[in-house]
Design a protein around this ligand. Structure first.
Ligand code: NDP
Length: 294
């Protein structure tokens, strides 16, 4: 038996198209475009790629993109002042400060300055608290994208055993909260977990968010389980001097055992920006006091 491949790229394209339709409806109702502001401090090459991609996809979805690029040596107070200004700007529905920030800045302080109603990344402590207690708020994009893929594949998640490997604030913890809210029995595993293979073997749903190439082996996986691989790891390719991307799961091995698996690349990765656009649009509807159909 070969597992089904969960096509995150196709799902993300459908989600972006839906966001595009809702963005057009928003513009017709509100008389302005939904707006997403992205702030980049410094010249981190990976962050530059993400920010460019976010801006491009925001515009393609029919929303307004406000890009703010600040030099690496910007004072923290200046960044905080920009965030405050975006908080009160009626054209801006969502604010994203690209992480990591330069070392001299306190990331938590900066994130805490964002108005939680514009916190489309879902990293504010108020957003984390709202998720934990089941109130309406914003959920971090990557775990929300994972949940969408899981629900599309499995429909109801109720009563299933889920193991999340990784407990970061941006992936592991919110993922566990989302699965709990879907009535899964959730285990959060991490670097101190004992006998991880045995823990994973119990799971109907495995979400791997570790950052260790191909760590999860085929014989850790329960036959028929649904495996979501969040990891993005660059490893040397067979061809000298070249690299390739792999996930946290031994993909070929998992394909022989699991019921469904997300590939890397093309699984969770493309979902993140699509969900960001969705979060920004949801923010626009909420901030304008409009009801969001569907
Ligand atoms: P972090 O480094 O913040 O967290 C990694 C987690 O894995 C930690 O909780 C750590 O445990 C745990 N861990 C480390 N080693 C082991 C081990 N041997 N056994 C079990 N658990 C272990 O990473 P992130 O959550 O930010 O990201 C995880 C992965 O997901 C990375 O590869 C990252 O690139 C990718 N990613 C992909 C995104 C996408 O868009 N697809 C978005 C965000 C991340 P402990 O807490 O004990 O240290």
């Amino acid at each position: 038996m070969t597992a089904a491949i969960i096509d995150g790229k196709a799902f993300a394209a459908t989600l972006r198209a839906k966001v595009g339709e809702l963005a057009a409806a928003f513009e017709a109702k509100a008389g302005r475009k939904a707006g997403l502001a992205v702030v980049l401090v410094g010249e981190d090459p990976a962050s530059q790629v993400y920010v460019r991609s976010k801006g491009k996809q925001t515009v393609e979805a029919g929303m307004a993109s406000f890009e703010h690029r600040l030099p690496a040596e910007t004072a923290e107070a200046e960044l905080l002042a920009l965030v405050e200004q975006l908080n009160t700007d009626p054209a801006v529905d969502g604010i994203l400060v690209q992480l990591p920030l330069p070392k001299h800045m306190d990331e938590q302080k900066v994130i805490s300055t964002i108005n939680p109603d514009k916190d489309v990344d879902g990293f504010h402590v108020i957003s984390a608290g709202r998720l934990a207690v089941g109130q309406q708020g914003f959920v971090p994009c990557t775990p929300l994208g994972c949940l969408m893929l899981l629900k599309d594949r499995l429909r109801s998640l109720s009563g299933l055993d889920a193991v999340v490997i990784g407990r970061s604030n941006i992936v592991g913890k919110p993922m566990a909260q989302l699965l709990l809210a879907e009535s899964c029995t959730v285990t959060i595993a991490h670097s101190r977990t004992q006998n991880l293979p045995e823990v994973v073997r119990r799971a109907d749903i495995v979400v791997a968010a570790v950052g260790r190439p191909e760590m999860v082996k085929a014989d850790w996986i329960k036959p028929g389980a649904c495996v979501i691989d969040v990891g993005i790891n660059r490893v040397p390719a067979a061809e000298e001097g070249k690299t390739r991307l792999v996930g946290d799961v031994d993909y070929a091995g998992a394909m022989a055992v699991a019921g469904a698996v997300t590939p890397v690349p093309g699984g969770v990765g493309p979902m993140t920006i699509a969900v960001l656009l969705r979060n920004a649009l949801v923010a626009a509807y909420r901030n304008a006091g409009l009801a969001l159909a569907a």
